[in-house]
Design a protein around this ligand. Structure first.
Ligand SMILES: *Cc1c(COP(=O)(O)O)cnc(C)c1O
Length: 368
């Protein structure tokens, strides 16, 4: 006779926890509306419509709210997160804020491994949600330290840099790309000429690039990188082993090419000087009557470079980019004149060029 073990009495014990966790995560999503697609008035940009997807209005203040939710769902549905699992993440801050929020929602311990230079506002937010911060001296150390802390606690390393591209459902399920294209449906240009996005994990640009292909859209994807980041050279040279010193624009630019960075769905890349990113964040903040973060400045400047080239070639159309987070998190850095002076950044010439372009269409390029 064959002997097989008896069937378990009920569904295995953690299934009740999983059901409750999914209800809590769905409840959080139901309490939020979709984020706005902002259309700023930029009179100099004749024939070009600019749209900015405002991800700063999520409950945890950045586009990482989407990623954290996806990483939690991915971890729970793969059986890596269960009752009492200690969660650990390597982060430059924004992801850890959102993950601390979801860990608090599910009453799970959370540890963020971050560079010591992470902004004080982000640290305060993580701690307010009951998370613990573990600091390292160099951005490149976060990965190994996070893995070690997770192993020691018998916990789970969420690993945004690896899992961002696979945890997000890129075909739809209200990902950022689907949301943007649906919001454009009744606009003059329903299919934008370009979407411009910076890269931290690379997950958002991967989702947008894949969605564009999946839906057969003519839109092209431009990824904007910053100084001291590995992504641009890796893309230009077709070499993933490039390394760099580490970016000073929080949330974007990485010392290594992250596994979630998908170069083959990117049509074009630009490297934006840090002074231009921060000047663009200042100008956009003035025009929106609220402060935007540094990576939003990178996005906006990249969008303007493309607008400038389109206008010089007599082309029109829509351009889309993302407001990744609010500038309120960067009071002591990008909005602090002493910090800017200490970094030896001269914003004035960039500001003047951006304003002349936005107001009068004076070409951004072609004059130094
Ligand atoms: C993470 C992040 C980005 C980049 O998004 P990815 O999907 O990780 O590439 C941009 N800006 C801010 C503020 C971020 O936190």
């Amino acid at each position: 006779m064959m002997n097989f073990p008896a069937l378990p009495a009920a569904a295995c014990k953690d299934r009740a926890w999983v059901r409750q966790a999914l209800e809590l995560l769905q409840g959080d999503a139901r309490r939020s509306a979709d984020t706005h697609l902002v259309k700023p008035m930029l009179p100099g940009l004749k024939g070009i419509s600019v749209y900015l997807k405002d991800e700063s209005t999520h409950p945890t203040g950045s586009l990482k709210h989407r990623l954290a939710r996806s990483l939690f769902l991915y971890g729970i549905c793969n059986g890596h997160i269960g009752p009492g699992t200690t969660l650990v993440e390597a982060s430059s801050g924004s992801t850890a804020v959102s993950e601390a929020y979801f860990a608090h929602l599910l009453q799970l311990p959370f540890i963020a491994v971050m560079p010591r230079s992470t902004s004080g506002q982000k640290i305060a937010a993580i701690e307010r949600f009951g998370g613990r911060c573990h600091f390292v001296d160099h951005a490149g150390e976060v990965y190994a330290v996070a893995q070690r802390l997770a192993d020691e606690a018998g916990g789970h390393y969420l690993d945004q840099f690896t899992n961002a591209e696979r945890a997000t459902d890129w075909r739809g399920n209200n990902n950022i790309a689907q949301s943007i294209f649906e919001q454009l449906q009744y606009e003059d240009h329903q299919v934008p000429a370009w979407v411009v996005m910076s890269a931290g994990t690379g997950g958002t640009s991967a989702t947008i690039g894949r969605y564009i292909r999946y839906r057969n859209l003519a839109t092209r994807l431009c990824v904007v990188d910053v100084e001291n980041s590995a992504f641009y050279d890796a893309w230009a040279q077709g070499n993933r082993s490039v390394t760099a010193a580490g970016s000073r624009i929080e949330g974007i630019g990485r010392p290594r090419v992250e596994p979630s960075f998908m170069p083959h769905v990117i049509d074009h890349m630009l490297r934006i000087p840090d002074a231009a990113s921060i000047a663009a964040a200042h100008v956009l903040s003035d025009r929106l009557f609220r402060r935007v973060g540094g990576s939003t400045g990178t996005n906006f400047f990249g969008l303007l470079v493309i607008a400038d080239q389109m206008m010089q070639q007599g082309e029109g159309g829509a351009l889309v980019s993302v407001i990744c987070d609010s500038g309120d998190r960067y009071e002591s850095t990008y909005y602090n004149p002493a910090w800017i002076a200490a970094q030896r950044l001269d914003l004035a010439p960039w500001r003047a060029r951006i304003e002349a372009f936005l107001d009068h269409g004076t070409p951004l390029s072609g004059h130094a």
